[in-house]
Design a protein around this ligand. Sequence first.
Ligand SMILES: Nc1ncnc2c1ncn2[C@@H]1O[C@H](COP(=O)(O)OP(=O)(O)O)[C@@H](O)[C@H]1O
Ligand SMILES: [Mg+2]
Length: 387
Amino acid sequence: MAVFLLDASGDPDAFEALKERLAAAISDLAVIGNIGDVARREVGGGRAVALIAAPAQNREYFSRLLDIVTRYRGAVFFLLIGGDISASEYKALAQSGSADWVSDSAPLQEILDIVARQRGGGSPAPSAAAPRRPDVVSFLPSAGGVGNSTLATETALQLVRAKGGARRKVCLVDLDVQTSHVCDYLDIKPQLQIDELVRAPQRLDSHLLEMFCSRHDSGLHVFAAPRSRLRHVELNVEALDAFFERLAQSYDVIVVDLPVEWRPWTVHVLAASQGVLVTGLNVIPGLRQISETLAAIRSEPAIRGRVLVIVNRCEIGALGRVARRQHVDAVLGAEEKLFIRASRVVEECANTGAPMAIAYPSHKIVKEIAAIAKFCESVAARHGVKK
Ligand SMILES: Nc1ncnc2c1ncn2[C@@H]1O[C@H](COP(=O)(O)OP(=O)(O)O)[C@@H](O)[C@H]1O
Ligand SMILES: [Mg+2]
């Protein structure tokens, strides 16, 4: 299957830069002068992919392109790479089943993922994909400042890289809207407009979702709201349903960072989660708070996901012995649990905006967090989604 690249951007320098990056990753990339060249070339078996560096805000070009998409349907998959397009334009592309759009500020990997999907047997565009349930894993703090956001973020990052080097589509949803801080940990800008989501949940289409998304270089997508704008906006079940339904169409795994106070929608989110990860600290009051949180979860019959306790900031000896382990066992009994060490690299990474999974991939704490990611994967496996 051939991959073609066409410049319609009118910006030769930007095109040259894009071409170089793409050519380094796609060995059979062929630059073409116009769309007709795709048809004239020997396409070989399967559908060709045409990557188009799109012009900015050009309605006329867009409608011509749509005609072409329709004409070559089945033979060529078109990927428009450019600045923002309108919601109706995006819808028209997605509905064709043989075209998609990606922002020119998106990481290269996103384009490569789409090309790989097309190469892998011409699966339909995301909007045409069959509806399916993604895996939802929710991190629920038992108290404030226990490391819930840190662990949710680091786990989500590790989940992006599936076994065998493949990438999973993973998003991290920060529902701790009052004190949201996952974007600080990743040094990205929050984009989610909760007030807009609450005002008109039915308007949330893939284009709007794209606008709400903050992309991390690792391939992780983050949905988090800027702290200051939110003080008076309360999420609700209707908005969350529309939001998660959209996310389900685009992601394999949804990792949720919940706030410490239970909101009117907390149980709803936990009920939709296949994994509930309760975070807390290894001190007596911390263990009691974990135990109380577990009791609250178990009192809700709608919450049926597998529960894991994560005891964070532990002192762990050289031989892997957890200090005060007997206290943990006394308070939490036979609960399924994992221990994460206290380490200065956590603060250091928070300060520099470089996640530990990337800055210290072989650090012991990253390996301990890998066990959380493994739990999430096993929950997913039970849930029956092919990985
Ligand atoms: N294992 C750990 N070792 C050392 N510091 C940690 C650890 N986990 C979290 N922290 C620090 O604790 C503080 C609170 O973490 P955060 O993830 O924001 O918690 P929460 O989301 O529960 O409020 C942060 O300063 C973070 O860097
Ligand atoms: Mg937090």
